[in-house]
Design a protein around this ligand. Structure first.
Ligand code: LLP
Length: 420
């Protein structure tokens, strides 16, 4: 349990506010974030990451404007993967120069927007993308700052859907091929080649794959220097694992210290990291109300009002999230239950075979829901997405309204009568 989300007097609190009262005030299901936990998580990284090295928060983990605003206030940089994320960062007060733009298939419009904005770096993933950026930058009479994403071919030992750094993945340029692309980039007139980057995957629990990738990337810098290409920026991506179910979390302090040590041989190189989950996951919970209890022949189903459309991780990755009652009931025997949502899919579940003591109308909290929770939510089954609330001390602010029917059909058009 995070420090800021814990039981006080048998009631689950986010900082100073009871979860029950949050649901009474803002409705259910509800995403709730702790501002102090976000800030603490950010500062923990910074503590071991001396200037000039930089941190860019991976916006995809949680892109709520208020979350971005809190991090921008901490001086965060941002790692984005779309024009939408770029505009969110700007709307939240992030500085254009502090933005790196990742992603395998950047569109022309996204590249134009990023060049107009003056972002800090394009993390380029293919030769074709490099050529497209060169053409657009030339037409706009601009210089595009570029890093090339290299695929270091390291096994991150994580869920196959979130491993990105092996040859078989669609991401980055293969190590062997990359030298030719660096040489080409160095010669393009509207490309300012500044760096190299990699990202080997997400939810990685040990430092070895990261250090292995870092070593290969530093070797690449040495090789490139021999060819007259001197890079000043090395971005090692995100992927720092968090503990969802009593796993030993990655020792960030040790890893960051080792990286800074490695970088000492490269005094002109600024390191960059792109943490997402490690900043947001334990700062958020998803509160959900029990609609019905349904005993069946061999199972007990707890039907809740949050489904896979609100929280996709269990269905998509068979991911474990702790699910706890917001009122602790220590004196009764728990029953083994499947916690399932209202969506018409057998794969719609939040947790299987959980030992829980719950009754109709109780409220449950899905923990570690601050990262890849709301951002992966959808309107499947025409369900409005939940509201989001940010708590600071004893103060709770609505930072995103619950979607209503008007929101669901915004932009849709009925056909004219003669067209039906
Ligand atoms: N940088 C790049 C280029 C990335 O692709 C990602 C995540 C990150 C940084 C941030 O990684 P983090 O520090 O959050 O692990 N939806 C999945 C996670 C997908 C991650 C995709 N890329 C999940 O819910 O587990």
């Amino acid at each position: 349990m995070s420090e800021s989300i814990s039981y006080k007097n048998n009631q689950l609190h986010v900082e100073g506010i009871g979860c029950q009262s949050l649901v009474e005030r803002f409705g259910s299901p509800l995403y709730v974030y702790s501002k102090s936990q976000l800030v603490n998580n950010w500062q923990q990284f910074q503590r071991h990451w001396p200037s000039p090295h930089k941190l860019c928060y991976a916006v995809k983990a949680n892109s709520n404007l208020a979350v971005l605003q809190v991090l921008a206030h901490q001086g965060a940089g941002f790692d984005i993967v779309s024009g939408g994320e770029l505009q969110r960062v700007l709307a939240a007060g992030g500085k254009p120069q502090s933005i790196v733009f990742s992603g395998v298939a950047k569109s022309k419009d996204e590249i134009i927007l990023a060049l107009e904005t003056g972002i800090g770096c394009f993390n380029v993933e293919s030769e074709a993308e490099l050529e497209r950026i060169q053409d657009i930058a030339a037409a706009m009479n601009k210089q595009a700052p570029v890093s090339l994403r290299v695929n270091p071919d390291v096994d991150a030992k994580t869920h196959p859907y979130i491993a990105t750094g092996m040859k078989a993945n669609k991401f980055g340029i293969g190590m062997a091929q990359s030298k030719a692309v660096f040489k080409k980039a160095a010669q393009l007139t509207n490309i300012r080649l500044i760096g190299a980057d990699c990202h080997i995957g997400s939810q990685i629990m040990t430092p070895e794959p990261f250090l292995d990738a870092a070593k290969r990337m530093f070797e690449l810098l040495v090789d490139l220097k021999k060819d007259g290409i001197e890079l000043t920026h090395l971005d090692l991506g995100g992927g720092f694992g968090v503990s969802y179910q009593n796993e030993t979390p990655l020792d960030k302090a040790q890893y960051l210290t080792e990286l800074v040590e490695m970088a000492k041989d490269f005094p002109n190189v600024t390191l960059m990291l792109e943490p997402g989950r490690a900043i947001a996951a334990n700062a958020g919970v998803l509160l959900t109300s029990v609609e019905y209890i349904k005993p069946s022949e061999d199972k007990r189903f707890v039907l809740v009002d949050a489904g896979m459309n609100d929280m996709l991780r269990p269905s998509l990755y068979q991911a474990w999230h702790d699910i706890v009652p917001v009122k602790e009931k220590s004196d009764e025997a728990p029953q083994i239950s499947d916690i399932v949502g209202p969506v018409c899919e057998t794969g719609d579940f939040l947790g299987h075979a959980r030992h829980l003591n719950v009754a109709q109308d109780d409220i449950l909290a899905v923990k570690h829901a601050g990262a890849y929770g709301f951002t992966m939510a959808s309107n499947y089954n025409s369900r409005g997405r939940p509201a989001e609330v940010m708590v600071s001390g004893n103060d709770a602010r609505l930072v995103r309204e619950r979607e209503n029917f008007d929101d669901l059909i915004r932009g849709e058009h009925l056909l004219d009568k003669d067209y039906i």
